[in-house]
Write a protein that binds this ligand. Sequence first.
Ligand SMILES: C[S@@+](CC[C@H](N)C(=O)[O-])C[C@H]1O[C@@H](n2cnc3c(N)ncnc32)[C@H](O)[C@@H]1O
Length: 180
Amino acid sequence: MFLKRLGPQLGRPTRSVAGWLTSKILTRRNRVLEENAVKLCGISPDDSVLELGHGPGVGLEAAARLLSGPKGKLLGIDYSEYMHQIASKRMQELITSGKVTLYHCDVASMPIAESSVDRVFHCNCYYFWPDLKKGTLEINRVMRTGYPTWYTWHLKTFLLGRAGVLKSIWRPYGPRDSQM
Ligand SMILES: C[S@@+](CC[C@H](N)C(=O)[O-])C[C@H]1O[C@@H](n2cnc3c(N)ncnc32)[C@H](O)[C@@H]1O
């Protein structure tokens, strides 16, 4: 019962009791994954870095600490309005100074210039994207060529998805008509 109510919130948390609880769980449980994704990126101080599906913003905080150069810039996107608001609050100071920009949008359509991003990472996220192919093409569009995208995830979420708890929001291979 608890998992059935909370499961769908993982894919797009809403402003609600279940959404609030989900946000608390993500902040606590996924810190290690977010911080390791940031480490894997090998961020340099003047890089332009993008996090997809940032949720409450724990990974944004870790990445921002490394972008100490004058050109260093951090971007984040999330299509949950609630997560966008929570992360915006968390990163408020750096948003005001222009170091960080957060967009409330889908990964399939990002208001980010072509070939402008050096590093991309995401955690516990891609299997919720409504269209995996569009998302992947969009990442490819915004990235400068030659850099990998880093991705970390909880094995347990996969098990929940396979067990049917996440229902229709579980799309680890994308919709049938968008398979690559
Ligand atoms: C399980 S949460 C993970 C949040 C955070 N990365 C973490 O590991 O704690 C998945 C996040 O991805 C976002 N998300 C899912 N699909 C998305 C899409 N197509 N475009 C943008 N954000 C998306 C959700 O709104 C949610 O905040």
